[in-house]
Design a protein around this ligand. Structure first.
Ligand code: ADP
Ligand code: MG
Length: 264
């Protein structure tokens, strides 16, 4: 596990012992993780593991009961979501929430609403159109008329329009075909490599995420049970067995947690 007490300059995001709940439901417990500048980090976990809760806690949508979130060395724990966006941290939530009655172009411009540099905004609009040419073709159409995959492209592009340093991506593969998923992940990698944008990706699709990310955490019942470089995680049979085994067991609880703990 990471040493949560020390931080270095290349650590863009640091969560230390974070616990968040929905009323009596403690969704994540003692979550500590780090995202280094310039990398793609991933949190893997099955449905209900707490992946979205981690991202909501980072972006200020949900206030944690315990623990801290630091971004660029500054404490942003429970800050206002708008303040966190202004600092350069943008969250693309699960379910690709675009504004359905605004055009594609209007959606993109909304993503840059905090920016004052008109030239930069125009440049980034061109840039996202080169990443996803279909968005240029559809720029005047209502976003609600786009396919699921195109809405995901728009949601990611809208986040980029804010020129963020860190993008939180919540299950971009959800509901998409393997082919579209691959396409989107290829662009995510390009964005990371070409723009240097740091990415924290949460996914149920372990294969896909482990192929694109540099460093990974495995989340089970709200706790991180394993972490390593993805090239190491990819080689572990436990990861594959765990994700296949999920379907058979299908129940959450102490028994599975203990079984999982043996990995360490
Ligand atoms: N709005 C909510 N109200 C109550 N419980 C919730 C809410 N959102 C999520 N949960 C619960 O918190 C846990 C973690 O959920 P979530 O973070 O959405 O998991 P994931 O994104 O990994 O599927 C689950 O047990 C889920 O049922
Ligand atoms: Mg989720």
């Amino acid at each position: 596990m990471s040493d949560v007490t020390t931080t270095t300059a290349d650590e863009l995001l640091v969560l230390a012992n974070v616990e968040s709940a929905y009323g009596p439901i403690r969704a994540i417990r003692g979550v500590s993780l780090k995202v280094r500048k310039g990398e793609i980090a991933t949190v893997l976990g099955s449905n209900g593991a707490g992946k979205s809760t981690i991202l909501k806690t980072i972006s200020g949508v949900l206030d944690p009961n315990r623990g801290s979130v630091h971004f660029k060395g500054e404490d942003i724990t429970a800050h206002d979501p708008a303040d966190i966006v202004r600092r350069g941290l943008v969250h693309v939530p699960e379910g690709r929430e675009v504004f359905p009655l605004l055009s594609v172009r209007e959606n993109l411009l909304m993503g840059g609403y905090t920016r004052r540099d008109r030239d930069g905004l125009q440049r980034d609009l061109e840039l996202v159109y080169t990443y996803f040419p279909i968005l240029r073709e559809r720029e005047k159409q209502d976003a609600g008329l786009l396919s699921g995959g195109q809405q995901q492209m728009l949601a990611i592009s809208r986040a980029l329009m804010g020129a963020p340093e860190l993008v939180l991506l919540d299950e971009p593969s959800l509901g998409l075909s393997p082919k579209l998923t691959r396409e989107i992940f290829e662009i995510v990698v390009r964005i990371n490599r070409e723009r240097g944008t740091t990415i924290l990706l949460v996914e149920q699709n372990a294969n896909m995420a482990l192929n694109v990310a540099d460093y990974g955490y495995v989340l089970e019942n709200g706790r991180i049970v394993m972490e390593d470089r993805c090239e190491v995680l990819r080689e572990k049979d436990d990861i594959r067995e765990f994700y296949l085994g999920m379907k058979e067991v299908g129940v959450r609880g102490e028994r599975r947690w203990k079984k999982k703990k043996m990995w360490r």
